[in-house]
Design a protein around this ligand. Structure first.
Ligand SMILES: [Ca+2]
Ligand SMILES: [Ca+2]
Ligand SMILES: [Ca+2]
Length: 375
């Protein structure tokens, strides 16, 4: 109450001074306030988005110096990201929100994002299982904190870069839009709202799908404002092998010879691992190594399998064959190859034969979730 009295006195004093200077118009403005006993109003997340991030620098540094935080990997609305397709090379993403609070920005205590797995099971090879962070199936993946950008950084990022270069990237809370947020008398200019950003890794082995993300702004009374959207992790089917040749060694006529792989990454025995973000089935194609045909029938046949539990898939030269026992996300398995020669052609001038195997892969559906558990 004392403050109000002082303020009124000051205005009255001012009026008296102005009264003796009639060249200036003057008006009295009354002020008032009510003590807030309700705990205040909820923060508001006006807009949010995900974008390509960069590695290893602070949020403010990255925004000030890079072309990231507003780009993604496809023109569709919202964010779409490509995985690396390489072993243990993760995808770095940025995530940002425009946040305000009717009680003033100083009331914002904390802005964080909750990332949720898509509604698919990760499979037993996924590294997330070893640190107990979830099985996929729509569970919370991780909660990440955001850092407030400076006024200049926030305006430049949202009102210049996002708005002009990737306009359909953000999700807006109703009834807000670019104009409301970016106008010369808008909240970013007045600093009654601010842009907050953070970065995180999406694993190379996390499943291709839509990920739900909640932006949550929390004030000092624990009141929250939220805004949800989804980003898409685009599918890439990729594998790598630890072998570049299959040596059948000494082979006898009509004797099925098997060359077994193993579950250890590194030679000399054959292993394969999934480094994409889809499940996959291996495919194999092989030439005839110079054995040729007799009466239209190949003089050689092969078979191959992935994993020691699967049946061998017998195949003729020059056909593409899809092998059983699909590889789950990040799964490593052995590859066994075999050969059966029914005739060594007399026209072949030496006892040594060489040829080529072509390995490829086709995507398979993710494992399903039933009541939140993987099958
Ligand atoms: Ca508040
Ligand atoms: Ca996009
Ligand atoms: Ca191996």
């Amino acid at each position: 109450m004392k403050k109000i009295i002082k303020l009124v006195s000051a205005i009255t004093l001012c009026s008296l001074v102005l009264t003796v200077a009639p060249a200036f118009a003057q008006t009295n403005v009354t002020t008032n306030l009510n003590r807030d006993t309700t705990g205040g109003a909820n923060p508001i997340v006006k807009a949010k988005w995900e974008a390509n991030g960069t590695i290893g620098t602070g949020v403010n540094m990255v925004v000030a110096t890079s072309t990231q935080f507003y780009m993604d990997d496809a023109v569709d609305a919202g964010a779409q990201f490509l995985p690396s397709g390489q072993y243990q090379v993760n995808k770095k993403i940025a995530f940002c929100a425009v946040v305000t609070d009717p009680d003033g920005l100083a009331d914002i205590d904390n802005v964080y994002f909750d990332f949720f797995y898509p509604a698919v099971a990760l499979g037993s090879s996924h590294v997330a299982l070893t640190d107990q962070s979830g099985l996929g199936c729509s569970e919370l993946m991780q909660e990440d904190s955001l850092t407030r950008l400076s006024k200049a950084e926030g305006l430049h990022l949202f009102c210049n870069q996002v708005r002009n270069l990737n306009n359909n990237l953000p999700t807006f809370n109703s009834p807000y839009d670019y104009n409301e947020i970016c106008n010369p008398d808008g909240e970013l200019q007045k600093e009654t709202a601010a842009v907050y950003c953070g970065t995180k890794d999406i694993s190379y082995e996390d499943p291709a799908e839509d990920y739900e993300v909640w932006a949550v702004a929390q004030d000092k009374n624990g009141l929250q404002g939220t805004l949800k959207n989804e980003f898409t992790y685009l599918p890439v089917t990729a594998f790598e092998t630890d072998f570049t040749s299959v040596a059948y060694g000494n082979v006898r006529l009509n004797t099925h010879k098997i060359i077994s792989g193993d579950l250890l990454w590194g030679g000399p025995r054959a292993s394969v691992r999934n480094v994409g973000n889809t499940r996959l089935s291996m495919q194999v194609w092989q030439d005839d190594m110079g054995f040729g045909k007799t009466n239209g029938i190949w003089n050689v046949e092969y078979d191959a399998r992935v994993g020691s539990g699967a049946a061998f898939s017998v195949y003729a030269p020059e056909t593409t064959n899809t092998l059983d026992d699909s590889l789950d996300l990040s799964e490593l398995d052995e590859m066994d190859f075999s050969i059966d020669v029914s005739k060594f052609p007399p026209t072949h001038t030496s006892d040594s034969y060489t040829g080529t195997i072509v390995l490829s892969a086709v995507p398979e559906n993710h494992l399903s979730c039933v009541d939140g558990e993987e099958l």
